[in-house]
Design a protein around this ligand. Sequence first.
Ligand SMILES: [Zn+2]
Ligand SMILES: [Zn+2]
Length: 266
Amino acid sequence: MTLLTGRFGRAIRATGRFALDLVLPPTCSSCGEEVDQPHSLCPACFVRMHPIGEPRCDQCGVPLPASTHLGRDARCVSCELHPPPWSKARAAYVYDEGSRDLILSLKYADRTQNAIILARQMNRAGRDILERADWLIPVPVHWRRLLERKYNQAALLARAVSRLSSVPVFVDALQRPRATSRLASFSAEERAKEMQDAIRIRPRNAETIRGKRVVLVDDILTTGSTAAACTQALLSAGVETVCLLAAARTTPDTHDDISRPDLSED
Ligand SMILES: [Zn+2]
Ligand SMILES: [Zn+2]
């Protein structure tokens, strides 16, 4: 099997997979049932996904009940009281039973093609922020995690959104020089402290992003502490505005579940 490791092996396996795609019927990206189109969901999985539409908070993207009274800036009460550092946030789906398999298998199980499905809805949900964006910048992972997983799922999502929106990706604009602990069990204050200085702009990239409008891309938006650290790094480098675009976000109903291991921000 040693022959099938390294770049050569990857190429062979990729060719094999491509050949299989030609002869085998496409399957649902979530459950594996047969479907008509590649990179799609079967009807049963499709109805379990909950896209976030209006009304939602303009600043954090959380879905709101139809009867909600929105403040002057269409923000939720939490954003009115404690405004996050970014300008606007959009998330494609509610992070729940329906979207979880698709996102976690993108993150941990090499199902990189799931980025294509998620990006379609991210492109729809984020249309207004993408129209004004100069760069898509993925939330970075620490190199050790990159070695474990072989890819950064946020970068895959950013590339897939870029193909649909034509906004270019600046894949290594940010870097994570320090590995952070799993943030799930931390209080808000501890999380902010842990993230301090954990993310920075690569010095050689500062000039390229100064004065630009950036959309920061991530897979799951939970507490927002990672996104806040990225936003602060970008704003201190002179970026004009930072908006967020996530494949899914937790809602007030799911926030209590934040200690679940699959919801840890990393
Ligand atoms: Zn399915
Ligand atoms: Zn909000």
